[in-house]
Design a protein around this ligand. Structure first.
Ligand code: MN
Ligand code: MN
Length: 323
């Protein structure tokens, strides 16, 4: 008999949320070639970290924590599972001791999803995994993407130990390779300390919009939200490095920086972003071995939810326009 997925999460009434096999949002595991809208997958690779490893375990832990995920967004008044067919397509294959092979596999995997005209939300992995994802997107859409980058770090740093592709350099490569349009690039949550003033040279040269934690906190949160740019129909990507959050709100991460955002602030920012064409997103740098009480994995689930809501919003509007 053929397996016919219904793209609905397993009911918590039939199977309590602590039970059953763990998938993202308790959704069915489905092959990429099936007909649906948004693929969820893990990228379990942390060979690009410069400090504390462990992000390779994030997809498993976020799946576990996502048992508590639900579909209806109170503020947006929509249910993601009514607007979109979403499925867990498993993990992207990786090679823990070879970054070149891992990059090739990530680009191929993401390319296979894009070929079937799907959107996606991925769970890393360290931030070096975002670069091959952006390469696949650029190849598919044939245009530099608009890009929202949540992070404590600029990730525009030079090579380390003679290696170009560490987790603190992906944003520089993304600009240099023309994968993202720096004029449509926004960094949020950035803060020091930096190695030196020179660290800022790259974003200044390319006129990247940088919103520091000081910018977020200068006035009221509502005032800050009004300063966010409006995005046009350019294919847009969001990469959410959990270390944009204060370590109190995301202790389970590889390179924590104090003085960060609260999880509520990032929720409000994600809700305020006007992105009509979000084609993909990722949550990276969750490091479960350093986490406590799933605090960081739960944030990861919520960020996935907000990204899915942005996609659901767009699908809803498209449908309303057709009707
Ligand atoms: Mn980062
Ligand atoms: Mn970071």
């Amino acid at each position: 008999m053929e397996f016919k997925p219904d793209f609905q999460p397993l009911s918590g009434r039939e199977f309590p949320r602590f039970s059953a096999i763990k998938t993202f949002f308790r959704l069915p595991v489905v092959e990429i070639k099936e007909k649906f809208d948004v693929a969820l997958f893990g990228i379990p690779y942390d060979g690009g970290v410069s400090y504390r490893p462990g992000a390779r375990f994030a997809p498993t832990e976020v799946r576990n924590a996502s048992s508590l995920g639900r579909g209806f967004h109170w503020n947006r008044e929509l249910n993601i599972f009514e607007q979109l067919k979403i499925a867990d397509v498993g993990d992207c294959p990786t090679v823990p001791i070879d970054q070149n092979q891992t990059y090739e596999k990530i680009e191929k995997f993401v390319g296979s999803i894009l070929k079937t005209n799907k959107k996606f939300v991925a769970v890393g992995g360290d931030h070096s995994t975002t670069l091959p994802v952006l390469r696949a997107l650029k190849k598919h859409y044939k245009t530099p993407l608009a890009f929202v980058h949540f992070d404590a770090h600029l990730d525009t740093y030079p090579a380390a130990w003679g290696c170009e592709y560490h987790h603190g350099a992906f944003a520089r490569h993304a600009v240099e390779e023309g994968l993202v349009d720096p004029k449509k690039m926004l960094q949020i949550g950035i803060r020091g300390p930096l190695a030196s003033k020179e660290d800022l040279a790259f974003v200044k040269k390319h006129k990247v919009q940088v919103k520091t934690v000081d910018d977020v906190r200068a006035g009221s949160l509502d005032q800050f939200l009004k300063t966010l740019p409006t995005f046009d129909n350019t294919p847009t990507y969001i990469s959410f490095d959990v270390d944009c959050l204060d370590p109190a709100f995301a202790p389970g991460t590889g390179t924590p920086v104090v003085g960060g955002l609260t999880s509520y602030e990032t929720q409000r920012i994600l809700r305020a972003l006007k992105i009509p064409n979000l084609v993909g997103g990722d949550v990276v740098e969750i490091c479960p071995p350093a986490d406590h009480a799933d605090i960081t994995s739960l944030v990861g689930v919520d960020v996935m939810f907000e990204m899915l809501c942005l996609m659901a919003n767009a699908a809803q509007k498209k449908r309303a326009k057709k009707a």
